[in-house]
Design a protein around this ligand. Structure first.
Ligand SMILES: Nc1nc2c(ncn2[C@@H]2O[C@H](COP(=O)(O)OP(=O)(O)OP(=O)(O)O)[C@@H](O)[C@H]2O)c(=O)[nH]1
Ligand SMILES: [Mg+2]
Length: 378
């Protein structure tokens, strides 16, 4: 299972309470207050890790609760701090703060009414309970509130980058802090502060330099397979790839860059046709896009139509996508129809940079790899 969006509830630990205690020792009369401070609550900390590639761990554990601090003790002993909860998330995780859900409606208050006989009876208004329940249902309509009520609070892109999602509450002060000239034996101490909490949406946007975009069956996964150690599934039917994959391309001289293969897009993807276009989020960060076209038109489409429709769908997802530099990989050049189609394509789009490849047999692939390297270096 591949999870790239998940709702999370997180809460930091509460601070431990301060202690009320008095020194009791033989031969020390009126030993004075010696209540220690409470320990602070644990933080919830996120850490980006390049060893992970999806949010599956958060999907199974969507409540992140850090430990509370311990209470203070006598003899001025401070309580232990609550342990921080360190959560590893994949590099490229964007965290959104969601608005707090509406508080649960209170149960209707029983009301005392006088019945005809003058006796009092307890009446609970069940009608209003039902109405409230209906209203609640309406407010439950799922809204992935990105761009509306949600606020982006961090973007974890670098391996090892940390972010404190919720801060643990401070421990309360013990009673020895509260002695004054007039009160040498205070019988009160501070309670611990509550840790911060909230509802969040974690969204993974993969981090890669080059993004492959194309219709299903165009050969995106075949290309990723040819240039990197990634082994995406390749098959002669559409929508073989169901979730994004990143391949690391290693060049001579220890140079590396990453390429992201995503599921195929088809006309109407912005209206959820095919697999929709939500996974385009994974190529949002790519500096360069490579549009892979089946130049032979094996699935009875024309490459120039594919090209225009792909650009249209990219623009529908986010007009910013059209500002990214892109090049075209004309794939399946080993097929007979590919040559004439390419000629026609060049006539229609003379300014587009095209590289001819046969991904299945590695022809033209080294040149494309080199071109990607230049693009990745920016
Ligand atoms: N003739 C020919 N066939 C190719 C070439 N490259 C890929 N194919 C074939 O095209 C088919 C689809 O390849 P994939 O790499 O799975 O295509 P994809 O773009 O990843 O498809 P989806 O994952 O469904 O979006 C497979 O049967 C490949 O063998 C090529 O250069 N020439
Ligand atoms: Mg594929």
């Amino acid at each position: 299972m591949f999870i790239d969006q998940v709702k999370i509830y997180a809460r930091a630990g509460h601070g431990g309470a301060g202690c009320v205690s008095f020194r009791r020792e033989a031969f020390v009369p009126k030993g004075g207050p010696d209540g220690g401070n409470g320990g602070r609550g644990g933080n919830v900390i996120l850490e980006a890790s390049h060893d992970l590639n999806n949010l599956i761990a958060q999907f199974y554990v969507p409540r992140l609760i850090a430990k509370n601090g311990n209470g203070g003790e006598g003899q001025k002993k401070s309580g232990h701090a609550g342990k921080d909860l360190l959560i590893k998330v994949p590099c490229g995780t964007v965290v959104w703060k969601l608005p707090d859900p509406d508080p649960e409606p209170d149960d209707p208050e029983p009301q005392l009414v006088q019945d005809a006989g003058g006796e009092q009876a307890l009446v609970i208004d069940f009608d209003s309970m039902e109405e409230e329940a209906e209203e609640e249902d309406e407010s439950e309509t799922p809204k992935l509130a990105i761009g509306e009520d949600a606020e982006m609070i961090t973007d974890l892109t670098e391996d090892g980058q940390q972010f404190v999602l919720c801060t643990g509450g401070r421990g309360g002060k013990g009673n020895h802090h509260f002695t004054t000239s007039t009160n040498q034996a205070p019988r009160h101490a501070q309670p611990g502060e509550a840790g911060t909490e909230g509802h969040y949406l974690f969204e993974l946007r993969m981090v890669a330099e080059i993004g492959l975009v194309g219709y299903p069956n165009a050969g995106k996964s075949t290309l990723l397979n040819a240039i990197s150690h990634a082994k995406p599934k390749i098959a002669p039917y559409p929508f073989t790839t169901l979730h994004p994959q990143i391949g690391v391309v290693e060049m001579d001289g220890w140079e590396r860059y990453t390429v992201c293969d995503i599921p195929g897009i088809i006309e109407g993807a912005h209206n959820n046709v095919g697999l929709g276009h939500e996974f385009l989020r994974h190529i949002r960060r790519c500096g360069t896009l490579c549009l892979i076209l089946d130049m032979a038109g094996i699935d009875d489409r024309k490459p120039w139509d594919d090209y225009e429709k792909l650009l249209f769908e990219l623009g529908q997802y986010d007009p910013e996508m059209l500002n990214k530099p892109h090049l075209v990989a004309a794939n399946k050049m080993d097929e007979d129809a590919a040559g004439p189609n390419l000629e026609e394509f060049r006539k229609r789009f003379p300014k587009v940079e095209i590289l001819e490849i046969m991904a299945a047999i590695d022809e033209g692939v080294p040149e494309l790899k080199e071109r990607f390297r230049q693009a990745a270096r920016g």
